[in-house]
Design a protein around this ligand. Structure first.
Ligand code: NAD
Ligand code: MG
Length: 412
């Protein structure tokens, strides 16, 4: 990107969420490197206006059209205002933006992400769901439009940092033998033995399985180390978050699923690791604050000073690592199966999970039902290989309906 040494002009989709808030803090912390030129959110007009009044982007988008008047009244200047899902696509393509940061929870970020890529914007991706659903398409479009996909998810940002020396220098990328489509990644991962994703283990890391049925939404919403939106917090409790991240890593770095592993690391200081063919492992460490990965995605390949605290090793008493309880938390095995099968199965897993999480938060199903519902829906699906966007969206909708059926049958 021509502008890489100067200020990156960023459109932030999902401005009112947890990642959105952290991204706004990064923009305030490094104003000489990051300028917010667009802000978008779904329905919280007041919060969107407050953010806009502070960073004063030239464009603002609220998806919920019924709340536009609230937004207008709460703004103390006159940005260009977009609305609706069409507005979200438009703000993702702003002429004077260099990068679009997609921090929309769930799958609603997919179309704007693809629109941004087609408009030649670099993509900073927090919304892992879009890579799980349509990783093949997103990465192919990015390649064809010569834009960078920069991971914001802390694990993938860590891996991205560890693989920095492995970035292919030429645009001519070489096919690997991957059977289901991660054929040309931006990285040469031929001497990567394993990618090791760290997981905090969530609030139920040590909870015996027999107690899972009585887990409440309030308990599941208390994450031990990260402060995040409700959907990803439940995903962290079921470990579907890690499952989604396994598939996300596969697409971002072009590694097969069997080279992606998970280790439980309760302190959330080591954000992930890469083990190479010679047995050496690189890791990235920092305190658990999403401002670190967001900043690196924006300033990459540069590193710039900020106001974040560096690690104080004298106060880090221990870093622990454990093997996950795969049988008790089946999300990781389901994700491995989805990622290995490929095609529409990851989108189906993701959509069923979204419905099951919402049902759990609505007190309609119990905590372990989330895994059961996802597995039931996956078992009923006949995956389509190398799906186009329509096939993916169809599978997504089918899985939502099936999962709703599973929720209903548990409420009879
Ligand atoms: P959140 O629930 O706090 O915020 C969600 C944001 O998305 C809000 O701004 C909301 O307005 C917007 N949004 C929701 N539906 C929308 C729609 N249909 N159209 C437009 N905007 C919509 O979520 P979060 O925790 O900030 O997570 C956002 C994404 O980042 C998720 O995909 C999550 O998995 C990922 N992520 C989050 C964290 C974290 O620390 N919070 C870490 C890694 C990855
Ligand atoms: Mg993560």
């Amino acid at each position: 990107m021509e502008n890489s040494k100067g200020r990156k002009r960023v459109v932030l989709l999902g401005a009112t969420g947890s990642i959105g808030e952290s991204a706004l803090k990064v923009a305030c912390d490094i104003p000489e490197r990051m300028e917010i030129v667009g802000l978008a959110a779904k329905s919280n007009a007041q919060k969107l206006a407050e953010a806009a009044n502070e960073v004063r982007p030239e464009s603002v988008c609220l998806v919920d059209e019924t709340r536009i008047d609230v937004l207008r009244r709460a703004l103390d200047y006159q940005p260009r205002i977009f609305s609706g899902e069409v507005g979200l696509l438009e703000i993702a393509c702003l002429t004077n933006a260099d990068m679009v940061l997609v921090a929309i929870v769930g799958t609603a970020g997919l179309r704007p992400a693809l629109a941004a890529i087609e408009a030649g914007k670099d993509l900073a991706v927090a919304s892992k769901e879009i890579l799980v659903m349509a990783g093949e398409i997103v990465m192919r479009e990015a390649r064809e439009n010569s834009v960078h996909v920069l991971p914001v998810d802390s694990e993938h940002n860590a891996i991205f940092q560890c693989l920095e020396g492995k970035r292919r220098t030429s645009n001519i990328q070489h096919p690997t033998s991957n059977p289901f489509g991660a054929e040309r990644s931006a990285f040469d991962v031929s001497d990567v033995r394993r990618i090791i994703l760290t997981a905090s283990g969530g609030p139920f890391r040590e909870t015996p399985r027999k107690d899972f049925d009585s887990i409440t939404a309030e308990q599941a919403l208390k994450h031990p180390t990260w402060n995040m939106g409700p959907k990803i917090t439940i995903d962290s409790a079921t470990l579907f978050n890690k499952g989604l991240e396994m598939i996300e890593a596969h697409w971002l770095f072009g590694v097969e699923m069997d080279r992606v592993e998970v280790v439980i690391h309760p302190q959330s200081i080591v954000h992930s690791m890469v083990e190479f063919a010679d047995g050496s492992t690189l890791a990235q460490l920092s305190y658990s604050n999403m401002r670190f990965p967001i900043q690196y995605a924006v300033t990459w390949p540069d590193r710039v000073p900020n106001t974040l605290p560096p690690l104080d090793f004298s106060k880090l008493s221990k870093l622990e690592f454990f093997t996950p309880r795969y049988d008790d938390f089946p999300a990781m095995n389901l994700a491995r199966r989805a990622g290995e099968t490929g095609g529409t199965l990851p989108a189906v897993m993701n959509a069923a999970n979204e419905i099951a999480v919402a049902a759990f938060l609505n007190r309609q199903v119990r905590f372990p039902d989330i895994w059961r519902i996802v597995e039931e829906v996956m078992n009923r699906h006949a995956p389509v290989a190398h799906p186009d966007l329509d096939a993916i969206l169809q599978a997504d909708q089918w899985a939502r309906n099936e999962a709703q059926g599973c929720v209903k049958s548990r409420n009879r």
